[in-house]
Design a protein around this ligand. Structure first.
Ligand code: SF4
Length: 136
């Protein structure tokens, strides 16, 4: 494992990135500023290799996965994010969906007895649901 990070340290040309990799090897915490340097200078495989080095140090060959399912209560949304492929503005809500609490609970019940570790709830920002969701 240590040999792999030594190869990485030898290969990287940038002095800042080399120093960060050295800190990771020595189990030293990187600073916020070094995190920004990673964001600005490092490519994804480099960051992934550092992360994997730490993962293997902590867990060896064991890898953990989250087992979740998603509930998307609605796609009606006050926003129109450019990357979003499924939202509908309130003015066009008939093209979207709005699940009731009972419908959401029915989805949850379909996973009874299954080894789920998370219910991931994500969806549109419905302009009329703020109080309803807070109340429930
Ligand atoms: S559903 Fe989420 S991603 Fe899509 S427009 Fe609304 S806020 Fe943006």
């Amino acid at each position: 494992m240590s040999a792999s990070i030594d190869i990485l340290i030898d290969a990287v040309k940038d002095a800042d990135l080399k120093q960060i990799a050295q800190k990771v090897k020595l189990q030293q915490r990187i600073s916020d500023e070094e995190g920004i340097i990673l964001f600005e200078k490092a490519d994804l495989p480099f960051v992934g290799a550092l992360a994997n080095f730490i993962r293997e140090r902590l867990h060896g060959d064991t890898t953990y996965f989250n087992r979740n399912f998603h509930i998307e209560p609605t796609n009606v949304c006050v926003f129109s994010c450019k990357f979003c492929s499924y939202s509908r503005l309130y003015a066009h809500k008939e093209e979207g969906w709005e699940l009731s609490i009972e419908q959401m609970l029915d989805i949850v019940k379909t996973y009874d007895g299954k080894p789920i570790t998370e219910v991931h709830i994500v969806g549109g920002v419905h302009p009329k649901w703020i109080w309803l969701i807070l109340l429930n």
